[in-house]
Design a protein around this ligand. Structure first.
Ligand SMILES: [Zn+2]
Length: 449
């Protein structure tokens, strides 16, 4: 057996309840030993000795370790984070209160970059490719700088533009002719919309897109409305998505076969759990909360069963047509804390928006959730119809689409474009401006603050 063949055999998950390879289990033991050095984990796990923790792994009962969550990072920050060899600080957006800043070690940054390079290669970015980079390099946002470093490491030339500066982007496209683009598809659609007649023809625009920070395919692996819109407006030949977070870096990436997001299985172990009971989900077609354990060290934050709050549509272990054997994650349906109850049904804002986005007469849409007088969720879909379309007809069309897909429909309200943009701008004050806010959760604003 060749060296590479024996390595790939070692990476194949054996038929154990953890679905982990021997190599992954060995790394897991090292990671748990590293976690043992942090006082938070020792208290959180409740083991008397490290050996007790390791024996749980060896007996394939790793899933009995309690999960940790973002509030643990916020409340026990000093007992969790490690500052040795830290070269960067990253943070997620959209939080109120103390932001959870994550120290990134030199080694962790290098491995985050390696993971993004896998996607860039899959997309066809190579030495000499000119890449338009529309992700922020500021405000502690993690993926912007990592994507920048990754593209440069591939020998590509990166053209860094703020998505807030449309004129500069149009100049960069006209004079520098980027062949690939890295950006949030909602932001990319907005750019084309705002440019109007000035938007270049597809032959002048990049062919390849690395989509970030948004779902671009659904649970049935079909492109979402926003992915189709951006493909058409930008004239894209290929587009790939990735999933990650500031706490963990890149977690999974899409291959050219578009069969879900391949987990970087040499760097993270991914599980899905029931968000309420915490029970592991074993059905490969069932949705669940994404739980991550880092397998590469050293890290400023060592995630051990870190429950991300993201709900993925499924986690499959079958071999992909591309030949990779790593597990594949379905699209992220939404956040655990964004779950809404509509006539007893659990739904996510992104699910509602993806249905509304398919209506060609809607220019903008957003969701507002409030608490009604009896403590239930009062959900309103706000829409801005496209110019020249009768607002009431468009509203009825949206209601019909929602009812067809969900059997029930929330209130749908036509609003002025200025009102929706105001809400967006207000929400942007709390974020790193990488996402366009489309869900306004006002449920906590009555009585609790
Ligand atoms: Zn694949």
């Amino acid at each position: 057996m060749t060296r590479s063949a024996s390595l790939s055999a070692a990476l194949l998950p054996s038929q154990n309840p953890l679905r982990m390879s021997k190599l992954q289990i060995r790394r897991l033991e090292e990671v748990v030993a590293a976690g043992w050095e942090r006082s938070f984990y020792r208290t959180h796990w409740g083991f008397a000795r490290l050996d007790n923790a390791l024996s749980l792994i060896r007996s394939m009962r790793f899933q009995q370790f309690p999960v940790i969550r973002k509030h643990h990072l916020r409340d026990h920050w000093d007992e969790i984070m490690i500052f040795e060899n830290v070269v960067d600080m990253v943070s997620s957006s959209g939080t109120t209160g103390r932001p959870v800043d994550i120290p990134v070690t030199r080694a962790d940054e290098y491995l985050r970059v390696i993971r993004v390079r896998r996607l860039l290669r899959e997309l066809g970015v190579q030495a000499g490719t000119r890449v338009l980079q529309l992700l922020s390099l500021n405000d502690l946002f993690t993926l912007g700088p990592v994507a920048w470093l990754a593209a440069k490491a591939e020998g590509a030339c990166v053209i860094r533009c703020s998505p807030q500066r449309l004129d500069r982007i149009l100049q960069a496209i006209a004079y520098l002719r980027p062949q690939a683009v890295i950006g949030n598809p909602f932001v990319m659609a907005r750019l084309a919309e705002e440019a109007g007649d000035r938007w270049p023809s597809p032959d002048q625009l990049p062919d390849l897109a690395f989509f970030a920070v948004a779902a671009t395919f659904d649970a049935q692996l079909q492109p979402t409305a926003i992915a189709n819109l951006v493909r058409e407006r930008w004239g894209l030949r290929a587009m790939l998505n990735q999933y990650g977070s500031s706490e963990l870096g890149p977690i999974a990436f899409e291959c050219a076969m578009h069969q879900g997001l391949h987990v970087h299985a040499d760097h993270q172990f991914v599980e899905l759990i029931h968000p309420v009971t915490g029970e592991p989900i074993t059905n490969p077609d069932q949705a669940g909360e994404v739980v991550i354990t880092g397998l590469s060290l050293p890290r400023g934050f060592v995630p051990i069963r870190y429950a991300t709050g993201d709900i993925a549509a499924w986690l499959r272990h079958s071999v992909c047509p591309c030949g990779r054997t790593t597990p594949r994650l379905g699209p992220i349906l939404g956040r655990v804390d964004h779950q809404l109850k509509l006539f007893g049904q659990t739904i996510f804002p992104d699910m509602l928006l993806s249905i509304v986005d398919q209506c060609p007469f809607v220019q903008l849409a957003a969701i507002v959730a409030q608490r009604d007088s009896v403590g239930s969720d009062a959900i309103t879909v706000m829409i801005v119809p496209r110019n020249g379309h009768d607002p009431e007809t468009v509203r009825c069309e949206v209601v019909a689409r929602l009812t067809r897909n969900l059997a029930v429909a929330p209130a749908v309200e036509v609003v002025a474009e200025a009102r929706l943009k105001n809400l967006e701008q207000h929400a942007a004050q709390h974020t790193n401006m990488v996402k366009i806010a489309r869900f306004f959760d006002l449920r906590q604003e009555v009585g609790t603050r």
